[in-house]
Write a protein that binds this ligand. Structure first.
Ligand code: MRU
Length: 352
């Protein structure tokens, strides 16, 4: 019911996450600019889900372009399709899954025989997008299995932002681990950061976990240290938007501070992410592009304006947690521990 992305009979349906938890509303993007707008405005969000939505966006783009020509080889549409892919690439800079998925779609188009017609091309791109979606579902399940083993019975876990069903093509990454541990009967208790400024923790994670019957308690972002000092917490588990080859991890703003608090209190800090979230071309987290979002997200809120008009705002959407603060990275290919370049290369192997 909560699936963020559906594809059936050649049509894309997205759950509008901007409206959650108040309204469960689905909409059907018709063209590539609709999908780009949905990604930019966080109607669909979370690194893997952004990649999947963009892949379907490429199929919609090809359909629209095909509808404007009368037959002929699909290759004649290549230049236009490249423009559409560029539009999607420009939506959000940090989540590497977006670029990974768009590259797969581009390659699927390039592999078409020179005389392939537009109908065949649409069919091929549709299968490529569905394969990306299915691939993420399988990776989530593998992450969940690999991660659930790390949690003791009756574990108390802290999470940040939303790395669940709503952020992926499957059961989630960080929350997938929690679902799997709960399914094994481990009786998990979760504390979810509200995740300022866009409240993905409050609006999405609390909603999603309650929907799945998981014991969840919401807290403001600056309460984790107090929680760690008062209660035995077994683990922090978060998702990732991009992981450099030394293990430095970009995730929602606030993750880095949470990792520092966790280390101070000897709480293991885990990142859960598919192999598709690694960017092995980047030496360290310093090279990860960090999205800067509109000041209004800081100067206003659902309650209207909360800061004086004209005030300057600092609004990076993500931060980078240095590898040395991460106890392990839970991936579909296995658990990376210790987190360093050698171990990342060994565990990921050819999995990407
Ligand atoms: O800005 P968002 O909501 O797209 O940020 C999402 C996150 O930071 C998630 O933790 C990350 O993408 C992992 S989702 C499995």
């Amino acid at each position: 019911m909560l699936k963020p992305i559906r594809w059936s009979n050649g049509r894309l349906t997205l759950l509008d996450q901007r409206k959650l938890p108040g309204k469960i509303r689905y909409f059907k993007p018709q063209k590539v600019s609709d999908v780009a707008h949905a990604i930019r405005t966080l109607a669909v969000r979370g690194a893997p889900a952004i990649g999947i939505a963009a892949a379907y966006g490429v199929v919609l783009a090809l359909k629209v372009r095909a509808g404007r020509v009368k037959g002929g080889p699909a290759k004649s549409l290549e230049a236009g399709l490249e423009e559409d892919i560029e539009l999607l690439r420009g939506t959000r800079p940090t989540a590497v899954n977006l670029f990974w998925a768009l590259e797969r779609m581009r390659q699927a188009f390039r592999r078409l025989p020179p005389d392939a017609g537009v109908k065949d091309a649409i069919r091929s791109l549709e299968s490529a997008a569905v394969a990306i979606h299915k691939d993420d579902m399988e990776r989530c399940a593998a992450i969940a299995r690999n991660g659930a083993r790390l949690l003791p019975d009756h574990a108390t876990v802290v999470t940040h932002c939303n790395a669940g069903v709503l952020a992926t093509g499957g059961m989630g990454t960080a929350l997938g681990v929690i679902y799997e541990a709960a399914r094994m009967g481990k009786g998990i208790r979760v504390f979810a950061d509200e995740t300022r400024p866009l409240l993905q923790g409050a609006r999405l994670t609390a909603f999603e976990l309650m929907h799945h019957g998981i014991d969840v308690t919401l807290m403001a972002d600056d309460m984790a240290a107090t929680l760690f000092s008062r209660l035995p917490v077994d683990a922090v588990i978060v998702g990732a938007d991009r992981i450099a080859r030394n293990g430095d991890t970009a995730n929602k703003i606030g993750t880095y501070a949470l990792a520092i608090h966790a280390q101070f209190h000897n709480v293991p800090f885990y990142v859960a992410a598919p192999a598709t979230t690694f960017d092995l071309t980047l030496k360290s987290g310093q090279e990860i592009p960090i999205e800067e979002r509109d000041a209004i997200e800081i100067t206003g809120s659902v309650a209207g304006r909360t800061a004086p008009k004209g005030v300057q705002a600092f609004n990076p959407a993500f931060d980078v947690t240095p590898a040395r603060l991460i106890a392990a990275i839970i991936t579909d290919a296995g658990v990376i521990r210790p987190v360093n370049e050698r171990e990342i290369t060994r565990v990921l192997g050819a999995r990407r």
